[in-house]
Design a protein around this ligand. Structure first.
Ligand code: SAM
Ligand code: SF4
Length: 335
């Protein structure tokens, strides 16, 4: 593998330093959320996935180039067989200090089984996706999920000492009616809550324009019932935060439709087959798998090619009748 030199540090043409890698370890999932997947998904054949060893090697290459935060995602990362071995292999970079944070985004259904192992591998916080507290609506949104498994997963995560942030995809209707309960639930348990605008990625077999809810509209409405003030917390990520006086908790707002965070984008994404995507709102990608297998000295050049193509910002069209901005499903890159 190439050596780390200052010239290997990752900076894009707009001067943005890349320090954050989101690595998908599988495109598969035990759920079929209506905003993410279609009912009948065709997944990548397992033979095309990077092995756990290759995922570790690739991560290490990025760490040598200055990535200090690594998030495993998917699909559902915890359905990948033996994924804890990957966390374990990566945890030694936490020990050396090269990596500042190793974390994951999960739907939480398998957290009760894995929370302690994750904590033992140096994971300190975890993002869990949960859009509703209502068992029937949870089953409908996920097309099959059992919310009791997620609630047990949250308990297990907190018992293992993991900090939990809930992520909820905002939508019109029932979600708006339930948002106050979700805030009380999250903040009552010491968890932050982030709301995400739905992005038009991939065909999901559902009518998105009817569902799209802009967060500025939702916040206007929340302001009638809660005392909201801007919070200075920044993760270097896309969320801006509001402090809620009544709960003492934070509400994160991730607004990809208004594209208000691209200027500070510090991230790259790699799919479970080894494709490097410089921007989630764009189809452009560079395939790292062949180089990883046969010519690792080419990886640096390929990463630079991808970085050179990182757009200044993305654009999502959410008008009725518009086709998905990108045909790739959210589950390919995991957000
Ligand atoms: N399966 C894991 C989970 O659900 O947390 C990780 C992968 S999932 C694709 C990552 C995040 O993307 C989740 O918080 C999910 O709610 C969000 N997401 C999925 N589809 C989305 C979409 N079309 N627009 C915005 N967020 C989406
Ligand atoms: Fe699975 Fe996560 Fe997509 Fe839901 S959002 S279908 S849990 S990958």
């Amino acid at each position: 593998m190439p050596f780390d030199t200052p010239s290997d540090r990752l900076t894009d043409p707009f001067g943005r330093r890349i320090t954050y890698l989101r690595l998908s370890v599988t495109d598969r999932c035990d759920l079929r959320c209506t905003y993410c997947m279609s009912e009948r998904m065709r997944f990548v054949p397992k033979a095309e996935l990077l092995s756990l060893e290759e995922l570790a090697l690739l991560s290490e290459d990025f760490i040598r180039r200055g990535v200090t935060k690594l998030r495993l995602t998917g699909g559902e990362p915890l359905v990948r067989r033996d994924v804890i071995q990957l966390f374990s292999a990566l945890s030694r970079h936490l020990d050396t200090g090269a990596l500042e944070e190793l974390t994951l985004t999960t739907n939480g259904t398998l957290l009760s089984r894995f929370a302690r192992d994750l904590a033992a591998c140096g994971v300190r916080r975890v993002n869990v996706s949960l859009d509703t507290l209502d068992p029937a609506r949870y089953r409908a949104v996920t097309r099959r999920g059992d919310i009791s498994k997620v609630l047990a997963g949250l308990d297990a995560a907190q018992a293992a000492g993991l900090r939990v942030k809930l992520n909820a995809v905002a939508s019109r209707g029932a979600f708006e009616a339930e948002i106050d309960d979700l805030i009380r639930f999250a903040h009552g348990r010491g968890m932050d809550l982030s709301l995400i605008e739905e992005m038009p990625l991939g065909e999901t077999g559902t009518d998105r324009p009817d569902r799209f809810l802009r967060l500025d509209r939702l916040v206007d409405d929340l302001g009638k019932r809660w005392t909201l003030s801007p919070d200075r917390k920044s993760t270097g990520g896309p969320a801006r935060y509001l402090h809620i006086t009544e709960t003492g908790g934070l509400l994160g707002l991730i607004s990809p439709l208004s594209c208000n965070f691209c200027a500070s984008c510090n991230r790259l994404r790699v799919s479970a087959t080894g494709k490097l995507y410089p921007c989630m709102g764009d189809d452009g990608a560079v395939d790292l798998r062949a180089a990883l297998r046969d010519a690792p000295e080419r990886i640096g050049g390929l990463i630079r090619t991808a970085l050179a193509a990182k757009p200044r910002h993305h654009f999502f069209d959410t008008r009725a009748g518009s086709t998905p901005a990108v045909m790739r499903h959210m589950s390919v890159l995991g957000g």
